[in-house]
Design a protein around this ligand. Sequence first.
Ligand code: ADP
Ligand code: ADP
Length: 231
Amino acid sequence: SAAILAAHAVTKSFGSTPALRDANLTVTAGEVLAIMGPSGSGKSTLLHCLAGILRPDSGQIVFDGHPLNTMSENNRSLIRRDRFGFVFQFGQLVPELPVLENVMLPLLLRHTSRRVARDAATAVLDRLDLHGLHRRRPGELSGGQAQRVAVARALVNRPTVVFADEPTGSLDSLAGENVMDLLLATAREQNATVVLVTHDARVAACADREVLVRDGEVTDYATVETNKPGD
Ligand code: ADP
Ligand code: ADP
């Protein structure tokens, strides 16, 4: 299958702290990839570089043929808006807005009509078992419900790639399993690619493939496999 996203020899430091060293990673269109590794190993930095949020010090990030690292800030933000969805550990919903409005937001930012945005938000909220909760404020939801709203908001645009950074990190294991099941089932129905950061082996077990980050170095088993001597 085709690569949709890749990091080539990516390096990123914060001051004198090297967070990523010569990181290489290829993500195949439609796969669910888990980025594993201990706390502080560079997982979030890798995710932020892949998603065009952080600019690497050197190396290349290529998304669907576009070199994200050399693109203007404006074009990067259009790609984030139109092609990517994001789920973070703490939902980052807008507290003043009802659930339905939170999920409509990505479409309204793209100047979609309110009627179309409402229909799309309603459909994805139904898919995530949130049909009774449209008028609630985020503060009135359980942690699992709030994360499912965050997933709905990430998917309402039908993004090409969904980036999830510890999406179940704030939840107990039952609620976490439910969020992961619905996130992955819905993403697969949309043929989205999922890039997931987690330190939880049970979460990573839901993925099609795992890569490991240690001390800023990425072990991509797919690359190891194809570069094996004797191939
Ligand atoms: P992980 O996601 O695996 O926990 P991170 O990518 O968040 O790891 O961090 C990797 C390293 O880079 C750590 O040493 C962390 O403290 C450092 N780091 C990450 N982001 C920043 C930042 N914005 N400023 C300074 N240091 C940072
Ligand atoms: P995670 O590793 O799950 O991203 P952290 O609590 O390590 O969670 O980081 C949260 C945010 O703070 C991230 O955006 C990261 O880039 C930033 N960060 C991490 N380490 C540092 C640091 N030493 N100094 C400043 N910012 C940091």
